[in-house]
Design a protein around this ligand. Structure first.
Ligand SMILES: Cc1cc2nc3c(=O)[nH]c(=O)nc-3n(C[C@H](O)[C@H](O)[C@H](O)COP(=O)(O)O)c2cc1C
Length: 190
């Protein structure tokens, strides 16, 4: 059975990025995909200490919720991220999680270990502003993070002009439909 790990990256529950995420995940569930969602805001994850402890071992010196997540991120077939833009970047809780994958970077680039099997991910992004250029930074970070998992990110979407919590659902039903199409693209190996 295909497995997807979804990241609901917003600090706000039930908002715009959650709406597009659920729309995409509905399609996956309809097609028999097993979906698990994690919410970085609700997890006890400490920031990377930049201690370089992982450089010789490939293992993070810190012990927290990440241990289980490292395993899950390696097991699943796809990772689906839905995030708002915060100051042209990603919400802090999610960025903390991303930084903790420095030990995966160390495994590959310092220790020369073989990469994880090649897989794919998807990035759905919402923001208040209308300009697509404000989303490039977040997309670059997500792609760089996924590449440490040897994961391509062939499906990315930006849904602009949504700010209030129910903006997307009330004013942009076309975004929900597009998120469904994006999920299909992921499954079909875009
Ligand atoms: C701390 C913070 C910073 C933000 N910075 C930006 C920004 O730089 N560009 C932008 O377009 N929207 C920005 N926004 C607006 C959110 O991206 C927007 O409200 C989005 O729809 C929230 O998604 P959510 O409902 O999933 O949390 C920011 C919101 C917050 C809370």
């Amino acid at each position: 059975m295909t497995e997807v790990l979804a990241v609901a990256a917003s600090a706000r529950r039930g908002g715009n990025s959650d709406a597009v995420l659920e729309s995409a995940l509905d399609v996956l569930r309809e097609r028999g995909v097993k979906v698990e969602t994690i919410i970085p805001r609700d997890l006890a994850i400490s920031p990377c200490l930049s201690c370089n402890g992982c450089w010789d071992t490939g293992v993070c010196v810190q012990r927290d919720a990440m241990q289980e997540l490292y395993v899950r991120f390696c097991e699943v077939d796809h990772v689906v991220v839905a995030s708002p833009i915060y100051f042209t970047s990603l919400p802090g809780h999610f960025k903390v999680l991303i930084d903790r994958f420095q030990c995966f970077w160390a495994r590959t680039y310092r220790l020369g270990r073989p990469p994880q099997p090649r897989r794919t991910g998807m990035f759905l992004c919402v923001g208040a502003m209308d300009r697509e250029r404000y989303y490039g930074c977040a997309r670059t970070i997500v792609k760089a993070w996924m590449s440490t998992l040897n994961m391509g990110c062939p499906v990315t979407r930006f849904y602009p002009g949504v700010d209030a919590k129910d903006d997307l659902v009330c004013n942009h039903p076309e975004y929900l439909e597009d998120a469904r199409r994006a999920a299909l693209e992921l499954l079909e190996g875009a």
